[in-house]
Design a protein around this ligand. Sequence first.
Ligand SMILES: [Zn+2]
Length: 137
Amino acid sequence: MAKLRPKLTQWLNNWVYPHLSHTQIFGDLVGFTVSQSGESWYANCPRCGRIGSFYMLPGRQVGQCKSCGRTIGWFGYLRFQEHGDEDRAITRIAQLAGIDTGPDGETRNRGISRDTLGDDRPLGLFTLSLPSDDPPS
Ligand SMILES: [Zn+2]
């Protein structure tokens, strides 16, 4: 698996993944099924095709195939679908997560531009409102 830029990894972990679920990313896999407990997911492996051997773990952004042993992360899966085009995968995952900017702060197809803010502040993290880990003041 190709190594991601640290900035991209940080963006995914902090801003994108909290908005996503296995269903949103892997829901189109053949055989996608949620277990009765609702806490684990499986599907046919997108790489080796083995039926029902691709498991997605709760609280993790990856699935792993019990047959071929491949581990596939959410972003890696989208990049695979976009034929290795990282920029398209970034746009896609941002859309799925419902956020406006990519890892470099650029606006992505949501009708918001830097101009509407009236200053030069990088968009990046300012337009998002995520629950904070900080205690309320
Ligand atoms: Zn497999």
